[in-house]
Design a protein around this ligand. Sequence first.
Ligand code: ADP
Ligand code: MG
Length: 322
Amino acid sequence: VSHRAALDEATLIRRYFDRPRTPAGSGVRLGIGDDAAIMRLPPGWDLVAASDMLVEGVHFPRGTPAAALGHRVLAVNLSDLAAMGAEPLWATLQISLPRPRAAWLRDFSRGLRSLASRTDVTLVGGDTVAGPLTLGVTLLGRVRPGRAVRRTGARPGDALFVTGTPGDAVAGRLLARGRTASARRLRQRFLYPEPRLATGRALVGIATAMLDVSDGLHDDVTKLLAASGCGADLEVEQLPLSADLRRHATLRRARQLALTGGDDYELLFTVPAARVSRLGRVARLGGCNLTRLGTVTARRGARWHLDGLPFRFRDTTFRHFG
Ligand code: ADP
Ligand code: MG
């Protein structure tokens, strides 16, 4: 509930967020407009929930295009569901907005809606208040009981893989004013991260552990291994660096960005050796490259090597609480 809005709250919600009809087959019994929404899962599914917030000046710079924010606030949550191997269904949207501006709201809701319709997500409610620019989505989805891919299942001998080309997003953020085609493409990778939903779902029954890379590859590898009680030997040579990233960074710098950059929203996962041959099909279904970075070990810790020697890099990962 907002207390002082130039554009009154009911009008704002109706104009920018409420759809005239709820899509058939979405499972929504009651959508936007009442005190709460009602949804129904078919029998034989578990409910999955994820929430991620974006705060101006912390998660995105002031002046980030509204359409990119609409995309991003949903994309980061979709990425969390992808990393469970889950299927997204419904979202609620929380917005704190200094002052409701029509152009901003139109672009924001377009960015959000275009990704939502592409991923079959129905917006079922939310809250709108006046305050510093802060955005949040709670995303609900479904998974077959016992089939979700957790962070805890990696075992010694598993191969560790990553999707796509980590490092692009942080390069795009740093190249905010670059005018070349490659700088634009990298900026697009930062502003419009593509959640790896199809890859995540295709990995159900194959991956033993998975998470999405939001903080940076090195940090997130370490998290996955710690959750699984293992370690890994990893090869820096194997890091999949995009041609666009290499155009703007030396090899050493590109590796540094790939390891510590963050905002990639790629998937990191482990697969037992006997199932590695099934990844060709996963790559086709997901439409993105899968790259093997190394092997899980019983000995704890993430050990990065270059040409057989320990690889030293400056850990510049951004952390919210030290
Ligand atoms: P209440 O006063 O009961 O909290 P609100 O006025 O906050 O109700 O919201 C009215 C309806 O609009 C509710 O169904 C709510 O879920 C929905 N809603 C509010 N803000 C948003 C938003 N930003 N996006 C989508 N739905 C919203
Ligand atoms: Mg409310």
